[in-house]
Ligand binder design. Structure first.
Ligand code: AMP
Length: 386
């Protein structure tokens, strides 16, 4: 619907890909990344997030020579060494998109709208979109100075993590969840009031495009993201459940990231959303989570020489595009019917010695519990028609 192409990058990369791009001070690098040495002494990292690997591939495969922007998506396992708890796992899966090579604010709105539409189509609607702009290299440094100055006489009130953030990554002070820090955060200067003109215009257009696309949002001037590389637009979809601090998904613009990987300055914008987190929220809001696809036909067989006839039916059914499976283990007819029920198949084709003699098959509809004997060809036509 949105014209994005799938990309699959390796589960592990040279650790430098993530170390260089996420910065020294973010939590992901500091405590959550799985880093190990391979047999040759190379330092490798299990993917802690999706964006840096996609940008590495964009550079390595010369995608900057394609017509820009390049629109990519991935569905991939992500690893974080965190204390496992509900909705927070050491291995989870993310669906993400990246639009690379274009700074147009309409693209920011496009990726946000894509994620919004994705959630809505899954049946999720009890969330709010939070949006902010965290500026760029032109306006952020001056703001950070202002923020540092504001915090300078409040050191005693801060916890240890926040004192460290003040040193390394002051923007993340605004992200602290510690109750004691909240009054200080509430009174802190906000970056949206100190954006340079190009960042202000960019943000205004993102918001205008979102409005036009019918994507409502809350401006959250305290929203920053866990990773250092974000510039300008940042966003998160937050479930509307009391006390939840677990975003459904989020992302933003990262115009300096590809340069950190050794490429020419190249803008980019994208998001990542956790698939397990989505499933948790679907269950919480009692939206039916679709199960795996069931076969249409289950072939049961009983008696000497029936296995060949059963295999023939299986082959003919699959040849017609009907998904079919067969009883195993030489079980009793009752046990085979139990297998059929648990497979979720709609029909059972039964071959016994009587069917073998008559050249017919007994076709049982497990929904209506009715059955009839008919030639195999007619049974297959019945299934293709249903
Ligand atoms: P982040 O890169 O931290 O913003 O993560 C993007 C999305 O991935 C989050 O909004 C969650 O949906 C999901 N996510 C992040 N960390 C975990 C985790 N440890 N377990 C499960 N899902 C996660």
């Amino acid at each position: 619907m949105y014209g994005y192409q799938r990309i699959d990058t390796p589960v592990f990369e040279d650790a430098g890909v993530y170390l260089r791009t996420t910065g020294d001070s973010t939590d992901v690098v500091r405590k959550e990344m799985y880093i190990f040495e391979d047999r040759g002494g190379e330092k490798l990292a299990l993917r802690p997030e999706g964006t840096a690997g996609v940008c590495r591939a964009y550079l390595e495969h010369g995608m900057s020579n394609l017509v820009q922007p390049v629109r990519l998506f991935y569905i991939a396992p992500v690893f974080r060494y965190d204390r496992p708890q509900a909705g927070r796992y050491r291995q989870h899966h993310q669906f993400g998109v990246e639009a690379l090579g274009d700074a147009d604010p309409a693209l920011d709105a496009e990726v946000i709208d894509l994620l919004h539409t994705f959630y809505r189509r899954l049946g999720l609607d009890d969330f709010r979109l939070q949006l902010n702009s965290i500026g760029d290299v032109m306006c952020r440094p001056a703001y950070l100075e202002r923020l540092r100055a504001y915090y300078a006489d409040k050191l005693d009130l801060l916890d240890r993590d926040c004192r460290e953030r003040l040193e390394n990554n002051p923007l993340r002070l605004l992200d602290c969840k510690n109750a004691g820090c909240q009054p200080i955060i509430d009174a802190a200067p906000v970056l949206v009031d100190h954006l340079c003109e190009p960042c202000r215009d960019h943000f205004a257009t993102v918001r205008r495009c979102l409005e036009r696309l019918g994507v409502s949002h809350d401006l959250n001037p305290r929203l920053v993201r866990g990773l250092d590389y974000y510039t300008r637009t940042v966003f998160e979809f937050q479930p509307l459940v009391e006390g939840s601090q677990s975003a459904l998904g989020g992302g933003g613009r990262y115009d300096g990231l590809i340069e950190l990987l050794g490429g020419k300055p190249t803008p980019g914008v994208g998001f990542g959303t956790g698939i397990e987190r989505i499933i948790l929220n679907l269950k919480r809001t009692e939206v039916a989570v679709p199960g795996g696809a069931s076969p249409e036909l289950f072939v049961a067989h009983m008696g000497d020489g029936t296995i060949e006839a059963a295999l023939d039916i299986l082959m003919r059914a699959r040849g017609e595009g009907i998904s079919a499976l067969m009883a195993t283990g030489g079980r009793s007819l009752k046990a085979q019917m139990r297998q059929a029920d648990s497979s979720g198949a709609r029909y059972v084709a039964l071959i016994g010695e009587r069917e073998l003699e008559s050249g017919e098959v007994t076709l049982r509809d497990l929904t209506t519990r009715s059955q009839e004997s008919l030639p195999v060809a007619d049974a297959i036509s019945r299934l293709t028609a249903s």
